[in-house]
Design a protein around this ligand. Structure first.
Ligand SMILES: *Cc1c(COP(=O)(O)O)cnc(C)c1O
Length: 376
């Protein structure tokens, strides 16, 4: 039995390998045309899974999507040698001159990047993806700016100063089929007179309409790679994906409650009869969502136990009535295989799964499955 004194997130790179292959199967067209290539999006330290562990499962990805040029350099130091897509590089692009940043693809989403690009002398010309703001309006150029930038960048490609130029957009509502159709259409109208490869599809778009996704050149998938569903009302498992993270923590003590006694702050839970409570070494200081408020369960010895009372900073309390065998030192699964799906916990907490996995705090070690956990 694995033993912990603190919470830990076990990361399974084989699950990531499986999920990547699953996405490839969906994207593989029946005819002779080429399948889109896959950017494995690994921003926010691989959605909280730890980039170094995620990379162990991403060997078959065509490229790695990160946020900043610093993240790009960090992934090179961790051994990633393939193409890198810097999705939010900002306007200081001087790191492009670092020889480690070969095979770099850059999202251009603000006009001042153009001047910076023509000033720099990288050893290897970067590939540029022009980003339209779309409905999301987070980053990206408006239609008229976009056309102008396209023609300026196109001239740079012809002068050999850029390796290539493509079209990119990020959807505001890919999990809603009607909205997705509208956003796709609007983008295709915008770029119809401007030749170039297209990169628009995220996990939700690929999973909800893989046939349209096949018609693009590169996709950018993050959440699905980690085995998590981006679609409402679905779990990763129901989509043929395998969760890459198992979040666990030990029971550090048990308590007996007599009927009528409460447990936890503010007495939001009172025992109806005598019962045994397990105190689990996990709380909102680990990133466990405080909002679940007693609707949530954890896994223990292959069955579920209800969380009762408030989630506190370092402790959550579970009902061990149906688990007479459970003793301090036993490990419970907060989400992942052996416990509830992360999508269910997110639903109980009123948030999304990505928020939970990136929200695990620094005191939760990310451990490769099979390695020695902390505190043993
Ligand atoms: C995060 C992100 C993605 C990946 O999205 P998922 O929904 O996790 O697949 C793709 N493109 C951009 C620009 C992103 O910021």
């Amino acid at each position: 039995m694995t033993e912990y004194r603190c919470g830990a997130a076990l990361i399974d790179p084989q699950a990531i390998v499986h999920n990547l292959r699953q996405l490839r199967r969906l994207l593989d067209p029946p005819g002779p045309q080429a399948a889109p290539r896959i950017w494995a999006v690994a921003k926010a330290d691989a959605y909280g899974h730890a980039l170094e562990h995620a990379l162990a499962g991403l060997g078959e990805a065509d490229g790695l999507g990160v946020l900043t040029l610093d993240d790009a350099l960090h992934s090179r130091r961790l051994g990633w040698n393939g193409p890198i897509l810097a999705m939010g590089a900002g306007s200081d692009l001087s790191a492009l001159e670092d020889p480690a940043l070969h095979s770099l693809h850059l999202i251009v989403d603000q006009p001042d990047q153009l001047a910076e690009l023509s000033r720099l002398q990288p050893l290897q010309a970067p590939y540029v993806w022009l980003r339209h703001c779309g409905e999301l309006h987070h980053a990206g150029l408006q239609a008229d700016e976009y056309r102008k930038a396209y023609h300026a960048l196109h001239a740079e490609v012809q002068a050999g100063r850029l390796a290539g130029l493509g079209h990119l957009q990020h959807y505001a509502g890919a999990e809603n089929p009607e909205q997705l159709r509208k956003e796709r259409l609007a983008f295709h109208e915008l770029i119809s007179a401007m030749p170039g490869p297209v990169c628009t599809e995220n996990s939700a778009a690929v999973l909800s309409d893989h046939v349209s996704a096949r018609a693009t050149d590169w996709v950018r998938c993050g959440i699905a790679l980690y085995g998590i569903s981006p679609l409402h009302g679905r779990t990763g498992r129901s989509l043929g994906l395998r969760p890459a993270m198992t979040f666990q923590a030990p029971i550090y003590a048990t308590q007996k409650l007599c009927g009528g006694q409460g447990v936890g702050y503010n007495g939001i839970f009172r025992a109806k009869r005598d019962m045994r409570i397990g105190l689990v070494r996990c709380g909102y200081a680990d990133g466990y969502p405080r909002g679940v408020q007693g609707r949530c369960v954890v896994g223990i010895h292959g069955r579920m136990a209800a969380i009762v009372g408030r989630v506190s900073m370092d402790t959550l309390t579970i009902d061990l009535s149906g688990h007479p065998e459970a003793v301090p030192g036993d490990v419970v699964t907060l989400w992942g295989p052996g416990g509830p799906d992360i999508e269910s916990v997110a639903g109980w907490a009123g948030t999304i799964s990505a928020h939970l996995c990136v929200g695990l705090t620094a005191r939760v070690p990310r451990i490769l499955r099979g390695q020695t956990p902390c505190g043993v």
